[in-house]
Design a protein around this ligand. Structure first.
Ligand code: NCD
Length: 337
C-alpha cells in the first residue's frame, strides 16, 4: 500500500498491530511507522532532521554496545533482482544490529522468479514471512508497484534508473557528518547523471536546501529532463558543465559516480564515455582542503586508488554511515524509533 508520508494511525485492522505477540508500545511516535519508502520526495526537511537524529543515535549505540534489541524478532526480506554489495549488506547488517534477522534473496534466478513468478506474487510471498521488504529491481516504478500489493512496508533499494532513496539519505547524512551542515555548500555531481539513480535522488533531496549545485557530465549523460524539471520547480538552479576544472576550486562536496555500463543499449556508446573523468592526486591538489569526496560505489576507474589515503576521501566512511541510516529507517517504518 502506498502511504506517501502519511502518518499511519493504529487501527484494529492493522496487520502488524493486530499481532498480540509483538510489543509495540511506542509505535505512534515514529513518523514513518508503517510507511513505504519509495522516493526522497516523501521526506520534508523536518523528516530529514528526525531521520538523521535517529541515525546519529544508532551510530552512538553501535559504537557503545554493537548490537541491541530494538527490533528483536523482526524479519527483513532483502529481495534483490540486481547485483549489490553495500546496499544488501548494510540492510542485512542494520536489521541484525537491531536484534532482528534477514531473509536474503540475492539471486532471484534461484527463486520462483525463474519460473515466471510476477513481482506482486513474489512480494506477497515475502510479506507472508517478513515484517518489512527491501527491494532492488531493474525497472523504474517497481518499488511503487510492489508497495501497491504489500501491506507491510516496502523500501526502495534502487528501481532501475529511477531512484535510490536510502542511498541519497545516507549521502546527505554523510554531508552533514563530514561538513557539519548542508545550507550554504557548493555541491558538484560528476559522471553519469543520466543513468545514475543515486544522483537522481540526491539532486531531489538537495533541492530542499539552500545549496549551489554543479552538474558535470558528458553531454550524452546529462541529468534527465524530468529530474531537472523537479529540482528547478523546487527552487534549485543547477548549472551544467562538460568539465570539472572550472567548478572544482569552489566545490565543498564532490560526488563522483560510475558510468552505468549495464544501462547502455549500445556498447560503443559506453566505450565512448566510460573514462570521461578520473579523480586523482592532481585533481585533489586543485580542490579545497575542506572538500568532502564521495562516491556511492562501486567505482570502476573514476577515482584513482592513490586518493584513498587523502583525508578528504569520505567514500569508505560513507558506506559506514549507510548502515546507521538504514538502521534508522528500519526502526522508523517498524514503529520503534
Ligand atoms: C549504486 C546503485 O546501485 O545505484 N550503488 C549503491 O547502491 N551503492 C551506484 C552504482 O551502481 O553505480
Amino acid at each position: 500500500m502506498i502511504r506517501e508520508n502519511v502518518h499511519r494511525p493504529m487501527t484494529t485492522t492493522d496487520p502488524i498491530h493486530r499481532n498480540p505477540h509483538l510489543p509495540f508500545g511506542d509505535q505512534q511516535t515514529s513518523p514513518f511507522y508503517g510507511n513505504d519508502i519509495l522516493t526522497v520526495n516523501q521526506f520534508s526537511r523536518d523528516d530529514l532532521v528526525y531521520t538523521f537524529g535517529v541515525a546519529h543515535e544508532m551510530r552512538e549505540m553501535v559504537t557503545r554496545v554493537g548490537t541491541f534489541d530494538l527490533l528483536k524478532g523482526k524479519i527483513l526480506g532483502n529481495l534483490f533482482y540486481e547485483v549489490s554489495t553495500r546496499t544488501a549488506t548494510s540492510f542485512a547488517t542494520a536489521i541484525q544490529r537491531l536484534g532482528g534477522s534477514v531473509i536474503q534473496i540475492n539471486e532471484v534466478k534461484y527463486s520462483s522468479v525463474a519460473k515466471g513468478e510476477s513481482l506482486p506474487d513474489t512480494i506477497r510471498t515475502m510479506e507472508a514471512y517478513c515484517d518489512v521488504i527491501a527491494l532492488r529491481h531493474p525497472e523504474v516504478g517497481s518499488a511503487a508497484l510492489a508497495a501497491r500489493y504489500a501491506s507491510k512496508p516496502v523500501i526502495n533499494a534502487g528501481d532501475g534508473v529511477g531512484e535510490h532513496p536510502t542511498q541519497a539519505l545516507l549521502d546527505l547524512f554523510t554531508i552533514v557528518e563530514e561538513q557539519g551542515h548542508v545550507d550554504g555548500l557548493t555541491i558538484t555531481l560528476l559522471g553519469d547523471l543520466r543513468y545514475g539513480r543515486t544522483v537522481h535522488s540526491l539532486a531531489r533531496l538537495l533541492s530542499k536546501f539552500d545549496v549551489k549545485v554543479h552538474l558535470v557530465s558528458p553531454p550524452s549523460l546529462r541529468m534527465p529532463a524530468n529530474v531537472m524539471a523537479e529540482v528547478l520547480e523546487s527552487g534549485l538552479s543547477p548549472t551544467e558543465h562538460d568539465t570539472l576544472n572550472g567548478v572544482l576550486p569552489k566545490t565543498d562536496v564532490l560526488y563522483v559516480t560510475r558510468v552505468q555500463k549495464e544501462r547502455f543499449a549500445n556498447p560503443a556508446d559506453y566505450e565512448s564515455v566510460k573514462s570521461s573523468y578520473v579523480v586523482d592526486e592532481e585533481t585533489m591538489a586543485m580542490a579545497k582542503e575542506s572538500m568532502t569526496l564521495m562516491h556511492p560505489f562501486p567505482r570502476v576507474n573514476e577515482i584513482a586508488m592513490e586518493v584513498d589515503a587523502d583525508p578528504r576521501a569520505a567514500y569508505f566512511r560513507q558506506m559506514g554511515y549507510g548502515m546507521y541510516v538504514r538502521m534508522a529507517l528500519l526502526a522508523m517504518v517498524l514503529g520503534k524509533a
